[in-house]
Design a protein around this ligand. Structure first.
Ligand code: M6P
Ligand code: ZN
Length: 186
């Protein structure tokens, strides 16, 4: 029997995915301006500045039951006013589906919010592994000075619900107060 070659690769120290079925998307500040609380500050910034990139191994059609995706998020360091750069954040469209996030490099906070808007803020750093239960919205915040690199694995039928976050936002913001991250009610 023939032994076949692997076609996709992951670099454990950088999180970079390479090879077959790897796709990459980019979110610029202008694409996500609504998530920031300081509207004046975001409008003064370069709307083409990259906030984060996401790579994923796109093996299944989105919505396929029983499949998995793996991806890496590269969230740049920076602030909009006092608020640290963050991902859009989402619930899963199919609410009761879970996800793993693990930190490859950098430091930050993972915000986890349930549907009653109770939010937990979890410190993340290289090696930290977080299991995100179903029905929990998740957002990454980069509180460090380097790129926050996060691996993720989620079901291919989970989907992304950004609408609920766009409407209500997260119940907290992570801001730099006297040079230190603080989680503040919005
Ligand atoms: C992780 C996964 C992806 C998600 C990405 C960016 O890689 O959770 O499903 O798309 O982070 O997060 P968001 O979609 O909230 O911008
Ligand atoms: Zn998710």
């Amino acid at each position: 029997m023939n032994i076949t070659e692997s076609k996709t690769f992951i670099n454990y120290s950088t999180g970079i995915l390479k090879g077959e079925n790897v796709i990459e998307s980019v979110r610029k500040l202008g694409d996500i301006k609504d998530i920031y609380t300081d509207k004046k500050a975001i409008n003064r910034m370069d709307q083409d500045q990259i906030a984060y990139k996401v790579q994923m191994h796109n093996t299944e059609n989105e919505g396929k039951e029983g499949g998995l995706y793996i991806g890496t998020s590269f969230l740049y360091p920076g602030r909009v006013g006092d608020e640290y750069f963050m991902t859009k954040g989402h619930y899963h469209q199919k609410r009761d589906t879970a996800e793993y996030y693990w930190c490859i490099s950098g430091e930050g906070i993972l915000l986890l919010m349930d549907e009653t808007e109770n939010t937990n803020a979890v410190k993340i750093y290289p090696g930290s592994l977080n299991y995100i239960q179903g029905n929990i919205a998740h957002r990454l915040v980069n509180t460090g000075e380097n790129i926050l690199v996060i691996g993720a694995c989620w079901p291919s039928d989970a989907g992304h619900d950004y609408g609920s976050i766009a409407e209500h936002g997260f119940s907290v913001s992570v801001k730099s107060i006297n040079g230190k991250p603080e989680v503040i009610s919005r």
